[in-house]
Every structure is written in C-alpha cells, then in structure tokens.
Design a protein around this ligand. Structure first.
Ligand SMILES: [Zn+2]
Length: 649
C-alpha cells in the first residue's frame, strides 16, 4: 500500500487544470476553465474545471471529481494506479507500506512489461543504426521514405534482425524473464522471436509508453503478410490504441481537428512535414474506443482516403460509429494515384492543407454521392442503398442535423423528402428502443453496482429553502444531517457577522446531538469537526477537498461542485423570489436554515417517539408525556415559523 503521507503529497501537488489538460482542451471561462466533456458526447462545452477548488464537474452528464477521480474514470485506473500515475506526473516518490501480495505482484507485472517493451524498442533501434543488415535494409528503407534521423528516433523505429532469437537471447542475457517476453508476444512458444527481418514501428499509448510493435516485411517475394502486430497483452489493447495519437495529441487540441490516415508510414511522413495532427487506425476498422480517444481532443475528424471506390466503400463502413459519437466527420479523397505521403512530398505542406480544406466533403453527402455513382449502373440496387444512407443519418444524435441531411439527400437522390423522413423515423424509433433496453439493463446492473458517482446528482442537491422536514417523508434524518455536513464543507471557516465561524455556530447549536447522527459517514465527519473545534481548529472547503479519507473527499467534491447544479433548480422553485441570494453566496442564512431544518427534524423525531410511547404508557406517564409533547410541538412550530420567515423575509 502507498503510505498516507505520500497520498497526501499527491493530493496536494496534483493541479486539476494540468491533469485534465493532458486529455481535454481547456479554455478560460472567468475563474474557471471549460472544455468538451471526455465522459459524454457533446458539442458545446459543459465540462468545467475549477483550479480554485481543484475539481472538475460536467453539467451535462454529472461527472465530477478531483484529479484522482479524473484519471481513474478516464483511464479506467484503480485508486492506487491513479495515485501512481499522478506521482509520476509530478515526480513524487511514493513511500510504500505493506501491501497485499496479489496487488504488488500485479503492479510489478505491468511495470515489468513496460520495461521489457522499452528494452525491446532500444534493441530494435540499436539494430537499425548499428548492425550491417539494419543499416543496409532497415535504415535505407526509412531514408528512402525520406525520414530524418530525428524522426526515426521520435517514433521509435527500429529493425528486427534475421537471427531467429536475437531479441529473446539478448533480453535473457540482460536478465529479463522469458515468460514475460512470451506474455508480450515478443517471444514465440518455441523460444524464437516474434519479429525477424522486419522494420519495426513502436506503438505508444496516449501517455507515451510503448505498448506494442508492428513489423513490416521488406522482402517482396516472401509469402508472409506485409505487416504483423505484436499480440494483445496486459498493456496492449488494440481497440483502445490509435497509432500516432501520443505524438499528435497536442497538435490535435491546438488545431481542433484530427486527420486520420491508413498507415503508420503516412502518420510519420505527414508529421515530419509539419502536419502533426494525424493518427492512423492502423488497418483495423475503427472502434468506438478509438473514436472516443480522438474526441477527448477534438470533435472534428477528417479522414484522408486514397485508393479505389471499393476500398473506400469498405473503409466508410466504420464511420457510422463516428456519427454516433456526434463527431463532425469529413472525408477527403486524394488525387488518383496518390497516397498522403506521396502527395505531401509532391506539393508540400501549404498546398496539402489547401487541398484538404477545398476537397473535404461531409461524410454523409460523400457516401450519398458514392452510392449514386454506383446505382447509375444498377437502379434495382437503389432501394437498398438508400437504406444504407438512412442508417447512417439515423445514428446522428442531433435531430436538426438529421433533418438537414434528409433535405440534402432527397434532392441528390431525387426522392420525396417525406418518404425519406418516414423511413428515417422508423430507424430512429428502433434505435431508441434498443438504447432504452440497453439502458435498463445497465441501470439494473448499477443498482447493485459500485459506481461511486451513481445517484449523486439528485440526492446531492441540497434541500430548497422553505422545504421542511415534514414535506419529505424520510425514514432517517440523513437528508438534514447531510445538509449540515454540506454547509460545514462549503463554508466551515466562513466568518458570520457575529464574528464566529459557521462551524462554531453550527456545533454550538447541535453539541447535544453530535452523537446522534444516523449516517456513519456524516457522523464521522461531524465528530471529527467537533474534536477539532474543541482544539479551536476549524476546517474550510479547501481542507475538506484535500482530506485523505476517500469518502470524505468524495463528498467534499460533490458538495463543492454542486452550486451550479442546484442554482437552476433553486431559481425555478423560488419563482418570484429570484432576488434572493443563492445559498452559497449567503452562508449566514444558509447555515441558520440548515441548522433549523436539522433541529426541526430531530424534534419531529422525538415527537414521534413520544407519541409511540404514549400508546403503551401508564396513566401518570401519559400526563408527563403529553406535557413534553406540548412543549416539543411548540418548539417545532416555532422552528417551522422561523424557517418560513427566514425564507420570505
Ligand atoms: Zn459530461
């Protein structure tokens, strides 16, 4: 396990805007920063980062958290993995306490795999520059392609010699475990290397670690496939990797556009020529994960195609997926006989860019034209092809966009708009139905699930002013308890006009019931605050946001990221009272209300208890109970009255 001290150091060092900024393009928006949410599909940014509070919050999908949560969610990391990732980013040396055997081993395994990949890359590169075959075959091939030495090094290019166990032997001589080499697929079961006599392309993940390799054969007469990739492993998941993204991500974010090409070599030559926002799907058809990778940086994807119509048609198949992610997809056909590499070499960067912007056409219209060409020869096919186009359109989440396409397609296909709309509606309905079923299944899973954010949006909204405890039948007092904790977490160190802090004010008034909190988390927090207060210490929002207890920090994140969310709600319900300050701008009234709501709830509870006792009590006890009840009711009414006046003053 990682020592608490180290975790604290990571929490203190990790800046949300820097951590998020590695994945999402952020723009200043007042004191905050904004960008496109990496967790859901959107066109207008609703993903807000607050450097001040060191948290993020998406007002579209509700995702919220601190730097640790962000990497956990985005990169599917566990808590310790996220801590390690951030420690790496901020050069923090982690102190380890005793850890579970299994976990330590898993961690060690992943680290070892990366180390072996690194060794392998260096080995192949050494071969390329230092061995005869590497120089005469590999390096001359790259030079022929026009790659400069710095490019070869930047992209981790190399050469696998003709010796059958060159890598495996050297790795073993250097003390690397052959089982791990096999795990990575670099060594075959028979002890031979996976790659031999091929030029090597390193494949990086988004954060720049080598996860796998691709080898290209140069011997044209060989019967082996032109390219082979090292197999998937614990660190290499092909559907989640886009070739070149690590080197392109910065440019993609800056240009707000991503170009997609087919081959590794195209990515490298375009990058060297100065067109750096380029990635390759590396031959496989696009996956949703790959598209989401791009979407973290930009919603604008332009695909560069070379090749014949049949090839293009096959390639466009994957693009429907892109539409579903609500990306703006454009297609550029390169001049006949040219591929991105050759065309760039021929015309240079400026002309290349010009050609792209002049020839980029919208994907759906591109597809429509392609099909029109085809059906000219075979009109019977037309019906089926129209359906193909409509299926693409049906995947677009935005109905306005859909109707624009329908109009355009109806004129191009020379078909009645209404007919197309009817067909489209059928497809959309089917899709919605399918999604609903899928969602229901997921929801059912989530009910027993472990999503730490499940259900935070609704239950997290603080109660509205004037809403008394009796308005909402709850079994426990959690709602009011939570409200008290929320206030402490938002403004515990805020000084009221009387000169005391919010924490002092609240604790003074609930000292008698501190032990009576129902919810264990709230109880823990209030007792901690109470103990600190007894030592004349008071916590503010910043301290809560840096708490080492994950649950406490999580709650602090939720309450400190919610004002926006509830203010709308608040505005709606307040109606004519809109001039009223927002609760988070008015800590004085807020803490008073919270406190009264809390006390009211506790009193209502005592009343219920006494009433129950009354039923079985003896005559004399009944009289005492009734007296107590009268008093309690008076206090309750007074509180309820006060709550009303505070709200309506
Ligand atoms: Zn979102």
């Amino acid at each position: 396990m990682i020592a608490q001290k180290s975790i604290q150091e990571v929490i203190e060092s990790a800046k949300i805007e820097e951590v998020v900024g590695d994945f999402v393009g952020l723009k200043r928006a007042g004191v905050n920063m904004k960008g496109l949410c990496p967790f859901h599909n959107e066109k207008t940014p609703s993903f807000v980062v607050s450097p001040n509070k060191n948290i993020y919050k998406c007002f579209g999908c509700g995702e919220a958290g601190d730097p640790i949560n962000f990497v956990m969610r985005l990169e599917s990391m566990t808590y310790p993995e996220a801590i390690r990732y951030l420690a790496g980013k901020y050069n923090i040396e982690l102190e380890e306490t005793q850890s579970t055997q299994e976990h330590q081993e898993e961690r060690k395994l992943i680290d070892s795999l990366y180390i072996i990949n690194q060794f392998t890359q260096e080995h192949y590169q050494k071969n390329l520059f230092e061995t005869d075959l590497g120089k005469s075959v590999g390096l001359s091939y790259f030079k022929e392609r026009g790659y400069r030495e710095e490019t070869v090094k930047k992209f981790g290019l190399g050469f696998a010699n003709a010796i059958r166990n060159d890598l495996t032997g050297k790795a073993q001589a250097n003390g690397y475990n052959i089982d791990l080499l096999k795990k990575l697929g670099l060594t075959r079961d028979n002890g031979n290397d996976f790659f031999f006599n091929r030029v090597i392309f390193s494949i990086y993940n988004t954060s720049g670690k080598v996860v796998g390799f691709a080898g290209r054969i140069l011997n044209k007469t060989a019967k082996a496939p032109k390219y082979i990739n090292s197999p998937e492993s614990d660190v290499y998941n092909k559907s989640k990797i886009l070739y070149g993204l690590y080197h392109a991500k910065k440019a993609i974010r800056q240009m707000d556009e991503c170009f997609m090409v087919e081959g590794y070599t195209d990515v490298i030559s375009l990058n060297q020529s100065g067109l750096e926002n380029v990635v390759a799907s590396s031959g496989t058809s696009l996956t949703v994960e790959q598209i989401r990778l791009v979407k973290r940086f930009t919603p604008n994807l332009t695909i560069l195609y070379d090749g014949d119509a049949a090839g293009i048609k096959a390639a466009t198949r994957g693009l429907d997926l892109v539409l579903e992610q609500d990306m703006n997809v454009k297609v550029v056909l390169l001049p006949e006989g040219e591929d991105p590499d050759s065309y760039m070499k021929q015309v240079g960067l400026t002309k290349f860019r010009e050609y792209i912007s002049e020839n980029a056409s919208d994907f759906i219209l591109f597809k429509t034209n392609l099909l029109i060409e085809e059906t000219k020869k075979d009109p019977i096919k037309k019906a089926g092809l129209v359906r193909g186009i409509l299926e693409s359109i049906a995947r677009i989440p935005d109905p306005i966009k859909r109707s624009v396409y329908i109009k355009e397609c109806s004129s191009r296909l020379e078909m009645e708009e209404n007919v197309l709309i009817n067909e489209l509606n059928k497809l959309v309905t089917q899709k919605v139905k399918k999604e609903r079923i899928k969602r229901q299944v997921q929801e059912r899973k989530a009910q027993g699930g472990d999503d730490p954010f499940a259900g935070i949006s609704e239950s997290d909204a603080p109660p509205l002013e004037g809403e008394t405890a009796t308005d909402k039948p709850t079994i426990t007092d959690e709602f009011q308890e939570k409200d008290i904790i929320r206030i402490l977490m938002q403004a515990g160190d805020y000084k009221l006009t009387s000169g005391i802090t919010v924490t002092q004010f609240i604790l003074m008034n609930i000292e008698d019931v501190v032990k009576e909190f129902d919810n264990s988390l709230y109880k823990k927090i209030i007792e901690e605050c109470y103990a600190l207060w007894k030592k004349s210490k008071v916590r503010g929002a910043k301290e809560f946001l840096k708490h080492t207890d994950n649950d406490v920090r999580q709650m602090a994140i939720n309450v400190n990221s919610s004002p926006h969310q509830y203010s709308e709600n608040w505005m709606d319900k307040m109606g004519p009272l809109r001039s009223q300050k927002m609760p988070d701008e008015n800590f004085e009234a807020d803490s008073l209300n919270g406190l009264m709501r809390f006390r009211l709830k506790k009193i209502v509870r005592s009343i219920e208890k006494k009433q129950a006792e009354l039923k079985t009590a003896s005559k004399t006890d009944q009289i005492i109970l009734l007296k107590v009840l009268v008093k309690l009711n008076a206090v309750r009414n007074e509180l309820a009255e006060k709550l009303k006046t505070v709200v309506l003053k």
